[in-house]
Design a protein around this ligand. Structure first.
Ligand SMILES: *Cc1c(COP(=O)(O)O)cnc(C)c1O
Length: 460
């Protein structure tokens, strides 16, 4: 017997807890789902229902729930030294060791790490760091950072400003000055009928147009997620990233890869920059760095950026929990398990291709206009008409209908508008992939029934 009933927890929650990214009124009507425990790729709610976690928590529980190695590492570090700061010329073993380990697995010459507590804090750090970098280079007028519409870079002032989500900008008077946006490389949503290669080039070349419009002497950096996550698992055409890299080089603009989702094996590489053939000057990581067991983020910087920062006197920036010893110890254990179990190779060569092949099989469903994916992240587009690829009207809420049916079928799948997305734990087995596909198909069938019943009623 649980100590609290579901109803009493829901009441306490509704009375005192303001949830992130939530319409509280709507939530209180319904009552929050209470998740009680997890094991491997599964979660259980307080009523004992088992859910296959198709989202790895929030894109982060890459090694699954209940990994004893991570729990033991946290425990041991809590005993040894639960906290100490890294200000005032001090370090501790977990932070020093983790920085060195990350320097080894990162691509290019990203050999220096600045620790934060989250992905948002990474991006706040990026804004201050790139502007400070250019000031130290004697170019203080280089302040503008270019991002993309529908990007997600977190929820702090800088994170939400770099992000391109209009509803977020509307709350709180964002974006901050000198942060501007170009269009995203979303082929299904915005490039219908255009050859994907040409579309990728066109979207990348918007960067050059924007740079010329602003004046190259004013631009500090370009930031992008190699694969947009929260925006709907948007995988750019292969032509996109090399063109972005070329333009950044041409105008000497820093390239920032936000790998908060993509990093740590999600795409079948340690970092997705390797897949897309780019070498960023700064790279943000969080989420999968600890498999979500404890909060941690890090910004990796190239030699050029690091040397300028090192020569530039004090950088007036940092957090009480920068490089928290327990978080660093868990990250170290997380990386050790990934290496020992060849998780990245497995995603690249075995379970990634298997998931993608099975996910593509959903493409024959009458509701599905496109399937796409890379490694262990995937999306499908719900459409009202499979031939013309016409979407449902927004009021139909097709994505939310599908999400609810998916939950009822025992699978956590997320809806971004009418794009259904998955990002399961990297330890998912073939049997569990089969279960995921079966449940997703079941959710699609139920969604089709719900939406056609509604339409029938409309016409009748
Ligand atoms: C989740 C996310 C963030 C924000 O990370 P938090 O830890 O929630 O602050 C930033 N960038 C990307 C790409 C993300 O997916």
């Amino acid at each position: 017997m649980a100590e609290f009933s579901r109803e009493s927890l829901q009441q306490l929650d509704a009375a005192h807890h303001l949830h992130p990214f939530t319409d509280s009124g709507a939530l209180h009507q319904k009552g929050a789902r209470v998740i009680e425990r997890g094991e491997g790729a599964y979660l259980w709610d307080l009523d004992g229902h088992r859910l296959l976690d198709g989202m790895a928590g929030l894109w982060c529980v890459n090694l699954g729930y209940g990994r004893q190695e991570l729990i033991a590492a946290a425990n041991a570090q809590l005993q040894q030294l639960p906290y100490y700061n890294l200000f005032f010329q001090t370090t501790h073993p977990p932070a020093a060791k983790l920085a060195a380990t990350l320097a080894e697995i990162l691509p290019g010459d990203l050999k220096h790490l600045f620790f934060t507590g989250s992905g948002s804090e990474c991006n706040d750090t990026v804004v201050r760091m790139v502007r400070h970098f250019w000031a130290e280079q004697g170019r203080p007028e280089r302040t503008v950072i270019i991002s993309r519409h529908n990007a997600y870079h977190g929820s702090t002032l800088a994170g939400a400003s770099l992000g391109g989500m209009k509803p977020m900008h509307r709350q709180g008077g964002l974006p901050l000055p000198d942060i501007v946006h170009i269009d995203q490389p979303y082929h299904f949503g915005e490039g219908q009928g255009v050859d994907p290669h040409a579309f990728g080039l066109e979207r990348a070349q918007q960067l050059e147009q924007k740079i010329l419009e602003l004046g190259p002497e004013r631009v500090a950096a370009f930031i992008g997620e190699p694969v947009q996550g929260a925006g709907g698992v948007i995988i750019p055409p292969d032509s996109y990233w090399p063109e972005i890299q070329r333009i950044c080089k041409k105008y000497d603009i820093l390239l920032v890869a936000d790998e908060v989702i993509c990093g740590f094996g999600r795409t079948g590489h340690w970092f997705a920059s390797e897949h897309f053939g780019i070498v960023p000057d700064l790279l943000c990581m969080a989420k999968g760095i600890t498999s979500g067991y404890i909060p941690l983020g890090a910004v990796a910087v190239s030699g050029r950026v690091a040397n300028t920062l090192i020569a530039g006197g004090e950088f007036f920036h940092g957090f009480t929990y920068s490089g928290h010893p327990v978080a660093c110890a868990v990250a170290q254990a997380n990386i050790a398990v990934m290496q020992k179990e060849h998780i990245v190779e497995r995603v690249h060569e075995d379970i990634g291709p298997y998931l993608q092949q099975r996910w593509a099989s959903l493409g024959d469903h009458p509701l599905v206009g496109e399937t796409r994916g890379l490694g262990l992240v995937a999306a499908l587009e719900l459409v009202a008409d499979k031939t013309s690829l016409t979407r449902f009207p927004e009021e139909a809420g097709a994505g939310l209908v599908c999400r609810e049916h998916s939950l009822d079928s025992g699978l956590i799948m997320r809806a971004v508008g009418d794009t259904m997305i998955i990002s399961p734990p990297l330890i998912i087995t073939r049997e569990q992939v089969d279960e995921l596909i079966e449940k997703a198909r079941c959710a699609l069938d139920l969604t089709l029934t719900t939406l056609s019943n509604r339409q029938g009623k409309h016409h009748g």
